[in-house]
Design a protein around this ligand. Structure first.
Ligand SMILES: [Zn+2]
Length: 326
């Protein structure tokens, strides 16, 4: 009886099944469960063309984090068309006609790569994009992927020291399309890189008071491995045991997680505000532990929220997790 009830709850997760598996194919909204890959090779090798002097650089950027990095590096020298909006799941997005138009008009396009925004590939080809497409995570060594994210774990923004490479890639891309302002982009990138170094120190300070034996995380989807690696946390389980939040846990996986939570004396389940926390809530209820479902995971928050910039999002998440583990 209990088993059946659990399966019923899990079944609702299917509503979030999306296009993680539809890379380079069509904009499927059905649940394919497989990732057909080639995600790092988004778009084309279009040449970098110089924008006319005095004209702002028209940027199109996929994730909300990249949009924030571009804003910091580009300042008022760029205009940004953001493809993903706050609280929209990047694993599960279908580009619109407006997105295709923005990409077609852009002087440069910034994408995340590592499979996260591989739904752009089709749009870029369909829109006959002339602009160069820069994969901002190029040069970063990524953690291993899984069957849903075979190119690697894309959630590397949870380590601010890796974001520094993304910022560098953004600055060099902008400098190539707008060489007249190259030094300004590099100055801004250096300044933001310093803020990322400060953020890293701040996050270490936030986690420092949490005793080692209490640093056990159970998350909703498997997005926090880079945070765990950088700040010495242990991820003992995830409600959705996948790097993509479009996967669905089996009844056995949920039961195993419940056993692990009890055995490891886990204090809380941490979920993202943008992902469906339904199964996480049920697991929390059955184990009697807290669920904290306000974290910013794969997207920044709405303007005015505690996570409306990358720097704020990271401090909010770290503080919330550290408090939840105490
Ligand atoms: Zn994710």
């Amino acid at each position: 009886m209990e088993q059946r009830a659990r399966q019923g709850r899990i079944g609702r997760r299917a509503i979030l099944c999306g296009i993680a598996g539809s890379v380079g194919a069509t904009f499927l909204v059905a649940c394919s469960g497989k990732h057909s890959g080639n995600a790092t090779a988004i778009g084309t090798n279009n040449p970098f063309a110089t924008v006319p002097a005095g004209k702002q650089v028209a940027v199109a950027a996929t994730t909300t984090q990249i949009q924030d990095f571009v804003a910091n590096v580009g300042g008022n020298r760029v205009t940004i068309a953001g493809i993903l909006k706050p609280n929209v799941d990047p694993h599960d997005y279908e580009p619109t006609v407006a997105d295709a138009n923005a990409i077609a008009k852009a002087d440069i396009v910034f994408v995340h790569g590592i499979g996260l925004d591989s739904w752009m590939d089709k749009t870029i080809k369909g829109a006959s994009v002339k602009a160069p497409v820069v994969t901002t995570t190029d040069g970063i060594t990524v953690l291993k992927g899984d069957e849903n994210e075979p190119d690697g774990d894309p959630h590397l923004w949870f380590d601010p020291t890796l974001v520094q490479t993304m910022v560098k890639n953004i600055a060099s891309g902008l400098a190539k399309v707008d060489p007249a302002n190259a030094s300004a982009y590099h100055t801004n990138a250096t300044s933001y890189t310093d803020q990322l170094t400060q953020l890293d120190g701040q996050l270490k300070g936030i986690f420092a008071p949490v005793p080692k034996e209490q640093r056990k995380l159970v998350t909703n989807h498997d997005a926090f491995h880079y945070l765990a690696q950088r700040y010495d946390l242990t991820i003992v389980g995830a409600v959705i045991p996948s790097l993509s939040d479009t996967a669905e846990p089996s009844a056995k996986q949920v039961n195993d997680l419940i056993d692990t939570i009890k055995k490891e004396h886990v204090k809380a389940i941490f979920a993202e505000s943008s992902a469906n926390p339904k199964v996480a809530r049920q697991v929390a209820q059955e184990t009697g532990i807290r669920i904290i479902d306000t974290l910013y995971g794969d997207t920044l928050g709405e303007p005015g929220s505690a996570g409306d910039t990358y720097l704020k999002m990271m401090v909010y998440d770290a503080t919330t997790i550290a408090n939840g583990l105490k």
